[in-house]
Design a binder for this molecule. Structure first.
Ligand SMILES: [Zn+2]
Length: 281
């Protein structure tokens, strides 16, 4: 086993070793780096703490290469091959999710007394959720994405999003980590790509100011065959990890908050979790 558990450091693990099935043309990756992508993740469950994760993680050099290529090269989705992305693709991709998020978020943040004025999106995709935040809360919105197509689209079509520099695929890097903390940080399918998810959660907590929140969206999608997925938490495990960093943890569904301190309700695969910091600074 080349590495230890990212959460507890234990070396022993139950190996599952799911085969990797790339959703892109393997020749996009330089020959010397292909083993890192295609020879397997060594997916395993830690024998000590039970966290399901990849034990074969990208090195800093491999991540640099991946992030230099950009996500668009590493997908078979045709919509990302040409610019601009067809509006029908974006409309279909979002469906009515933004309207449902708008209802859920205004309700939940209102109930918790959270009024974000300055928020950070880690993966903004095509900008509609950041736009919703700006409209509903009057928030200043900052963001980074891993797709050059999304970056260009948002730059041209969603001026409300202030673009930050850095990389967020696999690990968080950039000046934004050392800047002033945010009232709200929203990750959208970023933690599942983390080489070391507990470490990334600690970084995310430091990006949140006291009285602020972290929203995790689409971070329990378990896809061990995807070469970029390194972290496969159950709802329970994700909530437990959040509890190590945040004072209050909530799981959300369409109606808003459905469970706090009620593990019996952790039976499905919720898409959104919320951690709130209430400590005095
Ligand atoms: Zn462990």
């Amino acid at each position: 086993m080349p590495s230890a558990c990212s959460r507890c450091g234990a070396a022993e693990a139950y190996l599952l070793n799911t085969p990797v099935e790339p959703d892109f043309e393997p020749s996009a990756i330089a020959a010397d780096l292909r083993p890192a992508f295609f020879s397997g993740h060594l997916d395993a469950v830690c024998a000590n703490c039970g966290l399901y994760q990849a034990y074969r993680r990208f090195t800093a050099h491999e991540l640099e290469v991946v992030n230099g290529l950009g996500k668009d090269v590493l997908t078979t989705e045709e919509a990302y091959k040409d610019y601009p992305v067809p509006k029908e693709f974006i409309d279909g991709w979002y469906g009515d999710s933004i309207e449902r998020q708008r209802r859920r978020w205004t309700k939940v943040l209102g109930e918790l007394g959270l009024a974000p004025r300055r928020v950070l999106f880690l993966r903004y995709w095509f900008g509609r959720a950041p736009e919703m935040f700006a409209t509903e809360f009057g928030a200043e919105v900052y963001g980074l994405d891993i797709s050059p197509v999304c970056v260009r689209y948002v730059r041209e079509h969603c001026p409300v999003v202030r673009q930050l520099q850095g990389s967020i695929n696999g690990a968080l890097k950039g000046d934004f980590l050392d800047g002033p903390a945010f009232d709200g940080v929203i990750t959208q399918h970023v933690l599942v790509h983390a080489n070391n998810a507990p470490q990334m959660l600690r970084q995310l907590r430091h990006l949140v100011r006291d009285g602020g929140f972290l929203l995790l969206n689409a971070e329990t999608k378990v896809a061990p065959t995807n070469p970029f997925h390194k972290f496969y938490p159950s709802e329970y495990q994700l909530a437990s990890l959040l509890r190590e960093e945040f004072d209050e943890v909530y799981k959300l569904d369409e109606q808003g908050i459905i469970a706090q301190d009620d593990w019996r309700k952790y039976t499905g695969r919720a898409t959104e979790f919320l951690g709130v910091l209430r400590r005095a600074a």
